[in-house]
Design a protein around this ligand. Sequence first.
Ligand code: ADP
Ligand code: ASP
Ligand code: MG
Length: 541
Amino acid sequence: MTTSMNNRPMRNGLHSRHFLQHQPAPAPVNGEVRRNLRKPIRIMKFGGTSVGDAGSIGKVVEIIRSAARESHVVVVVSAMSGVTNQLVAAASQAEAGDYQRVAAILAELRRQHDAAADALIHSSAERSSINRKVEELLQEGDRLCRGTMLLGELTPRTRDAISSLGERLSAPLVAAALAECGVASEAIEATELVVTDSCHGAADPFMDLTRERCHSGLRPLLELDIVPVVTGFIGATTDGILTTLGRGGSDYSATILGAALTADEVIIWTDVDGLQTADPRLVTGGRTIPEISYREAAELAYFGAKVLHPKTLRAVMQCGIPLWIRNTFAPERPGTKITPSGPASAAGVKALTALNEVALITVGGPGLAGVQDVLGRTFRTTAAVRADVLLISQASSQNDLCLVIASALGKGMVEALRHEFAHDLAHEPAKHIALDPTVAMVTVVGQNMRSVPGVVGRTFAALDRENVNIIAIAQGSSECTFSFVVAKQDVKTTLASLHQEFRLGNPRHLATAAGSAASDEDENYYQPWEPVATGRPNQEQ
Ligand code: ADP
Ligand code: ASP
Ligand code: MG
């Protein structure tokens, strides 16, 4: 099919100047342009593996083409898999002054994107247009890296600009692949749509401004049945400076757009069947959870389930839009539906998650026993180094406390605490503030866990049987989570034994692992492939 590629007129107030339009030859529609959106709006986000090569993009195109028949689709894309890591590496090499390495990385990215374009786009005019776009973006990357080398410093703003190139490369490619298959589409940079604060590397959206931009920038396209292909991961400040939402942030981009457009649903297409009862890389015999609540999914994401960016649920919490996680490579499978309150009947432990990249900081000892406000001062210090405290546990009579934070912040945090308590501990020979980077944090997640007695006791007993030592423990205030700290080397054993203890796996696996099949009456067991509630998207026939 022939495609045409025109530059759309620039719209007022938009910042980015990168517009590509891919439309099949216009079909006669009696000259009538629909003014209103009468079909449901679906936001479909495709992760790095889903757009990892031409073959995968082909599957993505089929899913979108099918969905676009019965709904207005807004596509959000990640960079091709591995590309953001390569760009981050190029930025670091530039800071280190190694231009050869930078050039080699950019050349490899050019090869990767050109190869995908060659396989996906048959029209030579379209293909050269994509090749030019790839070249233009990589030259921008080259200039940013040269600038970094010149200064000998990689600023957060430049790091964002370099790492954003992956999504800016993949969106035009996916849009062109859609056009090739007869789906009118337009690549759009999210700098035009998602207005954020200026917190580079972890930006958050200003929703009112983002809503306005999405209405003016996306609705007109949807009215024309054009599929916008939006870059995930990025946004821009009110001054038009590019920001990123954080690694893995395209999931968050999808829910931000979903909330801004009051979409009917948001679907995160990835490389697994849905949200699993545990990370499939760490536990075998896990199961896809058919339905789960916002709260549970948010806790799983926050405490380590990589399949969702930790902030993904934030954007839809207020509006109740259902969120799905589905498998690009097995679109016939139902996936996981994430709803405001989850399935009515399900109580008890739903899933397990673990965070490996954490450190345990202990504050305590005889020298701090009489010191006033140790807790308050510790928290003020964590706020000053912008560290999220993932777990805290305190022994009140002694002022002893331990907290878990991301390991990248561990050293800085310990220095800041030693500085804060320097005066109090000036004459203390013993170490009062210590860092342990050899730990991991495991979290048990389940709504209404309070109605299932003995979860903590069963956890202790199961880990005792495996000789796993629990170093610290804390129950979340919502009783939806319960977290504890173990040695990194014990994580796999911990997850496997709790997965079995709470009968989270599929029955076949349980029958061999636990010696008997799970019973349907067990409150911590529910059918693996039970039919999913209504409202499931039906984009693949
Ligand atoms: P994408 O590139 O599509 O954004 P990610 O790699 O970010 O995909 O996330 C998907 C991966 O998350 C899966 O391949 C799986 O290894 C990992 N993962 C970790 N915990 C879970 C979980 N509880 N359920 C499903 N996947 C999980
Ligand atoms: N490409 C970005 C990353 O790798 C964002 C994403 O994939 O969600 O972190
Ligand atoms: Mg991801």
